[in-house]
Write a protein that binds this ligand. Structure first.
Ligand SMILES: [Zn+2]
Length: 338
């Protein structure tokens, strides 16, 4: 008799809390969804009051009941709550710009304040441009806020106007055979990949020749200083790297010409056309494309190819990003690749 009355009491309590959910405004189907989460979650939702979006949040396959408090605390649409909570984003406010930035490709949460500052200065830009520019550090002036590059990254060592490799010398330099180019050196993997690529090109009747490769720190000092005699520094910086900041110093770069041609005519060569379609298959990327001048900070160089390995070269080509952005997103902030 006692057992039965306890059971009746329990049933009454359960029925009653469901009544309260109904009173708040939840439908019968919604109450079933809420009840499936267990008593504790149900109490929290009851206390929170009616929330049309929370049912969508709970019904999403990525919903995590252990984060229920956080989902409930945000007065946002279901998809935004799921994004913010599931990715662990914390922001001062979740206004339209912040949420739009968070949804943008290659968004790096640690850079949110920089995106917002840059957007405020450039309201004409769309969110993707803002993210791209800040990822490439273009919100900082050249050669300010410089970072010492991690030279243990091998084929993914970065050198640009924000990352210096200082007086780095590649560990395994090999001499370029005169059949392929000038009297100079390249990183071994880069050279082997280049030889495979050049052999394929020449087998197809396309001539190509390396006119510049690894440039040691000291020779970049000489080159840069000679340019300074000709042009003011802000002009020189648009076409030549400062010593310690040159892609060539990584040992993983070739500047190419057609025999008889020069850098300026390379864009019109059969070699250039071929490289546009096939360079990535050998691990090379066009480092300074014509449509990315704003991001790379370098004028278009149809002749300058950087070795990054096949996988990364393919990703960069397929996704139309620069190595600078790839580095910010996948290497520096260590997002899971692809
Ligand atoms: Zn070059």
């Amino acid at each position: 008799m006692k057992k039965i009355s306890v059971l009746i009491l329990l049933l009454f309590l359960v029925a009653c809390s469901s009544c309260r959910l109904a009173e708040i405004g939840y439908s019968e189907d919604e109450i079933k969804v809420i009840e499936s989460l267990g008593e504790e979650a149900k109490d929290k939702i009851m206390e929170h009051g009616y929330d049309a979006e929370i049912i969508k949040v709970i019904s999403d396959p990525t919903f995590d009941v252990s984060r229920l408090d956080r989902y409930l605390s945000l007065d946002l649409k279901a998809e935004d709550r799921l994004m913010v909570v599931n990715k662990g984003y914390q922001a001062d406010s979740y206004d339209e710009d912040t949420l739009a930035l968070m949804r943008t490709a290659y968004y790096i949460h640690e850079r949110l304040d920089r995106y917002l500052d840059y957007l405020a200065l450039h309201p004409e830009m769309d969110y993707r441009e803002v993210v791209e520019m800040v990822n490439c550090n273009r919100d900082h002036d050249y050669y300010t806020n410089t970072i010492v590059s991690d030279t243990s990254k091998d084929d993914l060592i970065i050198a640009n106007k924000y990352y210096t490799i200082e007086e780095y010398v590649p560990e395994d330099l090999v001499h370029i055979d005169s059949y392929y180019g000038l009297d100079a050196y390249l990183d071994r993997d880069t050279y082997e990949a280049y030889v495979a690529m050049a052999d394929k090109m020449m087998a197809e009747g396309i001539d190509v020749w390396i006119t510049s490769a690894y440039r040691p720190y000291d020779s970049q000092v000489r080159i840069y200083n000679s340019y300074l005699e000709r042009d003011p520094q802000e002009v020189v910086d648009t076409y030549s790297a400062r010593p310690g900041f040159s892609d060539h110093q990584t040992g993983r770069v070739v500047d190419l010409i057609e025999p008889g041609g020069d850098l300026g005519t390379f864009e019109d060569s059969a070699a250039f056309l071929w490289l546009q379609d096939h360079a990535y298959e050998y691990g090379f990327i066009l480092r300074y494309p014509s449509d990315k001048i704003e991001m790379t900070g370098y004028t278009y160089e149809s002749w300058h190819y950087r070795y990054v390995g096949k996988e990364v070269a393919k990703y960069i080509k397929d996704n139309g990003i620069t190595f600078d952005e790839y580095y910010a997103y996948f290497i520096e902030s260590q997002k899971a690749s692809k």
